[in-house]
Design a protein around this ligand. Structure first.
Ligand SMILES: N[C@@H](CCC(=O)N[C@@H](CS)C(=O)NCC(=O)O)C(=O)O
Length: 202
């Protein structure tokens, strides 16, 4: 049985979304981050980094949300998973791209335009992040057009799920998408998938 540690309003949304896409049963083990449960010994024994998400799948314990997603997709197969070693390579490439090129900047947009109380927001940080993200967003726009609206294999895969889950943090910056209508349509369609909606509701 799969246990997912975290809450939907965190990066645990990613494996929750994956589990719903795959139609696999899971138990959600809530970790109350406001109460600091992610730093308590019982949770550190599962993820010594003190972050969510983590999973337990039988004897296997894993952390790092996008790696968990790749693992679950490959384990359970179907359209979400790579069909070939080449597709596997591309899905890994896109997942690494999202965390290295996009995530930290997209988070600045989320924090300073949505999450932080208004008095603590620093608008310049979000504006700077938008400028940094223009280049990766143009790259994504070009690749989605070239590849028929999906990142790998002309179908919705774990690569789309991983990259969309990271890009969703940039939604509070509509100006980022004015020159990237394909990215915006792809992102909105991904986040509106029934599995994503179900995962958001826990
Ligand atoms: N690279 C990790 C990052 C995990 C992470 O930073 N999670 C946040 C929640 S979204 C967290 O646990 N924050 C609480 C803390 O660091 O104390 C992943 O993708 O799983």
């Amino acid at each position: 049985m799969l246990t997912i540690y975290g809450i939907p309003r965190s990066r645990a949304f990613r494996p929750l979304w994956t589990a719903h896409e795959l139609g696999i049963p899971y138990t959600l083990h809530p970790v109350d981050m406001r109460a600091g449960q992610q730093k308590e010994p019982a949770y550190l024994a599962i993820n010594p980094n003190g972050h969510v998400p983590a999973i337990k799948d039988g004897d296997l314990v894993m952390w790092e949300s996008l790696a968990i997603d790749l693992y679950l997709a490959k384990k359970h197969g179907g359209p979400l998973a790579p069909k070939t070693v080449e597709e596997d390579g591309l899905m890994t490439m896109w997942s690494f791209w999202a965390v290295t090129e996009v995530e930290s900047h997209a988070l600045q947009i989320l924090y300073h335009r949505a999450l932080k109380p208004e008095a603590e927001r620093e608008p310049q940080k979000a504006d700077d992040a938008v400028e940094v993200l223009r280049k990766p967003t143009a790259i994504l726009e070009g690749e989605l057009k070239k590849r028929g609206g999906y990142l790998v294999g002309n179908r919705f895969t774990i690569a789309d799920l991983n990259v969309a889950s990271v890009y969703s943090y940039a939604k509070p910056a509509p100006e980022l998408f004015t020159d990237a209508p394909t990215v915006l349509a792809w992102l909105d369609a991904a986040l509106a998938r029934p599995a994503a909606v179900e995962a958001r509701n826990g």
